[in-house]
Design a binder for this molecule. Structure first.
Ligand SMILES: C[S@@+](CC[C@H](N)C(=O)[O-])C[C@H]1O[C@@H](n2cnc3c(N)ncnc32)[C@H](O)[C@@H]1O
Length: 541
């Protein structure tokens, strides 16, 4: 009787195994996971009873190892990386040289930014490869990738030059996660902030981090409905990742919901390092409401990130994402850092020199806009900006009528050149002592009129002699509130228009400014020049 039962059970296991393999081959991952789970549970039960017959025992162990390995593959395809890793470990417990499992585990570890551990897995796979000819190339590719990413994440040496020089036609470069000279500390602005732990020069890479999730698309004409659909999909993606990875969920939960920021804990920077402890605990049921609040406060859009428009994307492109470490950066209307989106990675670099202990800020929204507009924008983020620039400008509006008069002139449709002259002359009167930085602030706030005036031959013919050259205005803005592509374009066009371009000093000036905008991750001079030319072709916003 027992024998018949056993036979039946074996036959059933055989059928389950065939079915699971078939589903795996058809890439029906979820279904295949289910069948493998059933098979594994029966096999484990069977194995516990098969202790005397060593041949049968070994055969069963072998099929069990393969089942764990295949289920790991299916789980990794559905992004259940932690569970997949557990299955790999189970398979390797049975056979630590199991080629397929070693490769699968290597790929998961690579995905989880565990470059050294991934390298060890691929190396071990290469040692136990029975089909050297077929696998060599793939394995060598993985080994090279691990080495390259480990080097990047250790040294912070990244170079996107070749990609740029190829016109962004190659596939997006592979990037490691990297944490440079930064730490999270209590901020004088609100809650926590990210701070520089060293003196760094403009252009220096501060960190590179991969998105928890992103959602991208082409949205013509600011289509709000489609934006909503994209947002909903994005939220679902974040919840999905949080459900599948406890570590990510724990990190997300450390982010601000915008309320009671002073009570929030300051996390140690080591928590964000790619090699920080992985927790293999089972998946969690995230609090969706909490995640929603966190996403409201911390998601970044790519539409204003330079890569959206420069690095190969068109202007209708809209992308939204959550990058955890970047979420500790507070906003300033005179930022000292910029972000560059490359694929799902966010590269943050200093756009001005930053001293050790100084807080790092980037702009959450366009800061080349008047105070009123910036106040509206920060309100949508749920705060009122108290940066030096906002305080200075608020004080200016309170103290004298000059700026209000400038705004009235603009509203009345006065000649742009005339308004620029009024502003320039007003600034001489209002800022009796130098006020170089303050001039830069106001020029940044009235950026639009400067930019329109320089574009208008009529205005320049009439008012040009009383308007400072474009490069002077651009440089003062860059110094006061930092650079962006529009500032770069204004300076370079100004230099070229005045015939001042081409000399060594001017060339160096252009290159330095471009490095501040794009960061030192574009190493080759030729690539910086290519970006510069691309930026000059774009219409002035
Ligand atoms: C992405 S988080 C920045 C990190 C945050 N301070 C924290 O402790 O997690 C955005 C939130 O920080 C605060 N914040 C950022 N910049 C600010 C600023 N310039 N002034 C006031 N609050 C700011 C606001 O509460 C905003 O909702």
């Amino acid at each position: 009787m027992e024998e018949i039962d056993e036979e039946l059970e074996e036959e059933m296991m055989q059928q389950l195994r065939f079915k699971a393999t078939e589903l795996l081959l058809r890439e029906e991952w979820k279904e295949s996971i289910q069948v493998y789970t059933h098979f594994i549970s029966l096999s484990l039960n069977h194995l516990s009873k098969t202790t005397t017959d060593s041949d049968r025992f070994n055969k069963l162990q072998k099929t069990l190892c393969l089942a764990f390995s295949n289920r790991a593959e299916a789980k990794s395809r559905t992004h259940h990386f932690m569970e997949s890793l557990e299955d790999c470990n189970q398979a390797l417990k049975i056979d630590k040289t199991h080629f397929k499992t070693l490769v699968c585990k290597g790929k998961i570890l690579l995905n989880l930014n565990q470059y050294v551990n991934a390298y060890d897995c691929f190396k071990s796979a290469a040692l136990h490869d029975h089909d050297i000819q077929n696998h060599n190339e793939t394995l060598n590719g993985y080994l090279d990738t691990c080495k390259k990413l480990e080097y990047q994440s250790r040294t912070g040496v990244f170079d996107l030059s070749d990609w740029v020089l190829n016109g962004f036609k190659d596939k997006t470069p592979e990037l490691a996660e990297y944490i440079g000279p930064v730490e999270v500390k209590k901020s004088g602005i609100s809650g926590r902030g990210l701070f520089s732990s060293k003196n760094v020069e403009a252009g220096t890479l501060l960190f590179v981090t991969k998105a928890v999730a992103t959602n991208r698309g082409i949205l013509p004409e600011c289509d709000e409905d489609s934006k909503m659909v994209m947002w909903k999909d994005f939220v679902e993606k974040v919840v999905d990742v949080a459900t599948k990875c406890r570590k990510t969920y724990d990190l997300i939960c450390r982010l601000s919901t915008g309320e009671e920021e002073e009570m929030l804990q300051v996390p140690d920077i080591s928590l964000f390092r790619p090699d920080s402890e992985l927790s293999l605990s089972e998946s969690v049921k995230p609090e969706v409401g909490k995640i929603l609040n966190i996403l409201d406060v911390n998601s970044l859009t790519e539409e204003d990130g330079i890569s959206a428009k420069v690095l190969g994307k068109n202007s209708d492109y809209y992308g939204v994402g959550l990058w955890i470490l970047a979420s500790f950066i507070n906003h300033s209307c005179e930022p000292n850092a910029r972000r560059l989106h490359v694929g799902d990675h966010l590269m943050v670099h200093a756009s001005r020199d930053i001293k050790a202990g100084e807080e790092i800020f980037f702009a959450y929204f366009d800061v080349l806009t008047p105070l009123k507009k910036r106040a509206e924008m920060s309100k949508t983020w749920g705060f009122s900006c108290e940066c030096n620039r906002c305080r200075f400008e608020r004080d200016m509006y309170d103290r004298n009528q000059g700026l209000t008069e400038i705004e009235i002139l603009l509203e009345c449709g006065s000649d742009i050149g005339n308004v620029v002259v009024r502003l320039e002359e007003g600034m001489k009167r209002w800022m009796l002592k130098g006020g170089k930085k303050e001039k830069g602030y106001l020029r940044a706030s009235f950026w639009r009129i400067f930019s329109e005036a320089y574009q208008s031959e009529r205005s320049m013919a009439r008012w040009g002699r009383r308007i400072p050259p474009a490069e002077v205005v651009g440089e003062s803005v860059a110094e006061a509130v930092g650079t962006d592509e529009r500032v770069l374009k204004m300076v370079v066009e100004g230099l070229r228009r005045n015939g001042a371009s081409g000399g060594f000093v001017e060339m160096e000036k252009e290159m330095k400014l471009a490095r501040n905008v794009y960061g030192k991750v574009i190493k080759k001079r030729k690539a910086v020049k290519a970006l510069l030319e691309l930026c000059l072709c774009k219409p002035t916003c």
